[in-house]
Design a protein around this ligand. Structure first.
Ligand SMILES: [Zn+2]
Length: 237
């Protein structure tokens, strides 16, 4: 192959990989989902409810993203009950800049029978679970942008991008909390990860059932540091 043909081949290859990934161009909307709420307190421990910690950290993450000039919406911004399906509907029908793609970030707190269990972890969808068929989606921006992709293509790229984002969040939290136990990135069969068509992660901030972590989870300055670590990572996308 001569030099010109080689350059042309490289150009075509990079163009095709550019068009191949439906989730390119950066995140144009962050959908932040504080887990539980209202009549559903989530996990409970030492007088604290998971729903309140999720909301406090989620509000801070959304605020950080907006301060940095990025668009963010919350599935709930107060103490109200939302069905899991409603959370997915908010994400799947959200308006976003077509030049990029939305990213779904659900924020939760863990709990375990074993009170020694501790640590930060991030869940991504299991690749065996297929995201919902585009035929069920009515979002016009989505349909115009993604109609040419098959569900299995979108599924593959969703998993790739979600994994990348999850790894970045874990690294950022590791840097901000060098002494914390980091459980890493795990695959989970979780409703909100399976029912959102865009890249999505679910963060477990720590264990409400662990007395030490319980104390930190409810502390305002810890919540701010944690939210900063999460939003710093998200701003890279
Ligand atoms: Zn939860």
């Amino acid at each position: 192959m001569n030099r010109r043909a080689l350059l042309l081949a490289i150009l075509l290859f990079s163009l095709s990989s550019l068009f191949a990934n439906p989730y390119s161009g950066g995140v144009s909307l962050f959908v932040i989902d504080p887990g539980h709420g209202g009549k559903d307190p989530g996990a409970q421990g030492f007088g604290k409810n998971e729903k309140d910690i999720n909301l406090a950290v989620s509000l801070l993450v959304a605020e950080n993203l907006e301060k940095a000039g990025r668009s963010a919406v919350l599935t709930r911004s107060d103490d109200r009950f939302l069905e899991l399906g409603t959370r997915c509907d908010v994400a799947n029908s959200a308006t976003f800049e077509k030049s990029g793609y939305p990213l779904f970030v659900s924020i939760h707190v863990n709990s375990a029978q074993n009170s020694d269990a501790s640590g930060f972890e991030v869940f991504v969808k299991d690749e065996k679970k297929l995201i919902p068929m585009l035929s069920k989606v009515t979002n016009p921006i989505l349909l115009s942008k993604y109609a040419s992709y098959t569900p299995s293509q979108l599924n593959r790229y969703k998993d790739l991008v979600s994994r990348r984002v999850a790894d970045s969040v874990v690294s950022s939290v590791q840097r901000s909390f060098p002494l914390a136990r980091i459980r890493g990135v795990k695959k989970g069969d979780l409703y909100v990860l399976n029912c959102t068509w865009m890249p999505s992660i679910l963060i477990e901030l720590g264990f409400i059932s662990n007395e030490d972590e319980n104390g930190r989870l409810g502390d305002g300055s810890w919540q701010q540091r944690m939210a900063a670590a999460i939003s710093d990572a998200l701003l890279g996308y």
